[in-house]
Design a binder for this molecule. Structure first.
Ligand SMILES: Cc1cc2nc3c(=O)[nH]c(=O)nc-3n(C[C@H](O)[C@H](O)[C@H](O)COP(=O)(O)OP(=O)(O)OC[C@H]3O[C@@H](n4cnc5c(N)ncnc54)[C@H](O)[C@@H]3O)c2cc1C
Ligand code: FES
Length: 286
């Protein structure tokens, strides 16, 4: 392929919104389909990667892909109504078109996880990328040992994908999959209470042979790192996703630069997934 024919890293694809499903007061799930059949056939992503969603005349926002990487031609985004662009996305009706660039970022190294138990720990919106990790493990069940997912939110009605996970529970138990959902600040919630660390005893995994994928606020990472290392989890297999303000999404603008002058990374290109050693050795990562 000549240089002129190489696709630009900024190439934007038209995608049609097929379905919109309200998950919580603030978040909805959006199902998109690529308009171009060629793109629909070839487009692939890894769990933990994100896309830039653009609305003409309004701007772009980075959003994690939350669906199964197995689905061809379709993908889902769980989007919080947070501001200018995301509120406009929430107003879209099925049939509307958006622009999609990506997938960008490194994603979770799923192949390194093969053969190990898997522990996913999500807080709040962190459940969006981790849903994709979890679905990957379900789609490739034979490649993993025992699986635990801990989904947490401040309030019970803020738990993302709560009904979906609840509905999987019976079959999950038979498949050595443990699903834990907990509200951290909701005395009225009828399910479990407390942070993820409080429920780690429900994780049916072997710390020495377990890969850990986490997504949530930095405060959660600090607490979880201490807990996991103390319990004997292998730091080489502990991964988290980091969120930073982004513009280009491809390592060109410097907007998402983190670290110091001698040791730095671009969250969009080197991340958003980082391992335990990167997180603990680069100042400012969390
Ligand atoms: C790699 C990555 C993955 C993401 N995945 C998701 C996802 O799956 N679902 C989802 O709903 N959101 C996700 N976000 C956050 C999302 O990109 C922001 O909420 C969005 O850019 C806000 O744009 P806006 O124009 O709607 O809001 P604005 O009007 O620009 O801002 C509204 C409010 O949100 C704050 N804000 C803006 N951008 C960010 C940001 N990156 N982090 C934290 N606060 C921000 C602003 O300070 C302001 O308070 C992700 C961000 C990154 C970097
Ligand atoms: S967003 Fe431009 S370098 Fe990361």
């Amino acid at each position: 392929m000549s240089k002129e024919q190489e696709p630009s890293i900024y190439e934007t694809h038209k995608c049609r919104l097929l379905r919109k499903y309200q998950l919580t007061d603030l978040e909805s799930l959006f199902l998109f389909r690529f308009e171009d059949p060629g793109v629909a056939q070839d487009w692939r992503f890894m769990p933990g990667q994100f896309v830039e969603v653009s609305l003409l005349g309004l701007g772009e926002v980075p959003i994690s892909i939350c669906s199964s990487a197995r689905r061809v031609g379709f993908f889902e985004l769980c989007i919080r109504n947070a501001g200018r662009v995301t509120s406009a996305i929430h107003q879209l009706q099925p049939g509307s078109l958006v622009g999609i660039r990506g997938p960008y970022g490194n994603g979770f190294p799923m192949e390194q996880f093969h053969g190990r138990d898997l522990l996913c720990v999500a807080a709040g919106l962190g459940m969006a990328p981790l849903r994709s990790v979890f679905l990957y493990a379900l789609d490739n069940r034979w490649l993993f040992g025992n699986i635990t997912i801990i989904n947490s939110a401040k309030f019970g009605n803020e738990l993302l994908f709560q009904k979906e996970l609840e509905a999987m529970k019976d079959i999950a138990t038979a498949e050595n999959i443990s699903i834990v959902q907990t509200a951290t600040r909701d005395p009225d919630f009828e399910g479990l209470h407390g942070r993820a660390t409080v429920h780690m005893d429900k994780a049916n995994v072997d710390p020495k042979n377990c890969a850990v994928a986490m997504c949530g606020p930095p405060a959660m990472y600090r607490g979880m790192f201490d807990y996991l290392v103390e319990k004997g989890y292998d730091p080489r297999y502990i991964f988290v996703t980091l969120e930073r303000r982004m513009k280009c999404g491809v390592g060109k603008c410097g907007h998402c630069n983190i670290g110091t002058a001698t040791s730095w990374k671009y969250a969009c290109k080197d991340g958003p997934v980082f391992d335990y050693y990167a997180i603990t050795s680069i100042p400012g990562l969390i």
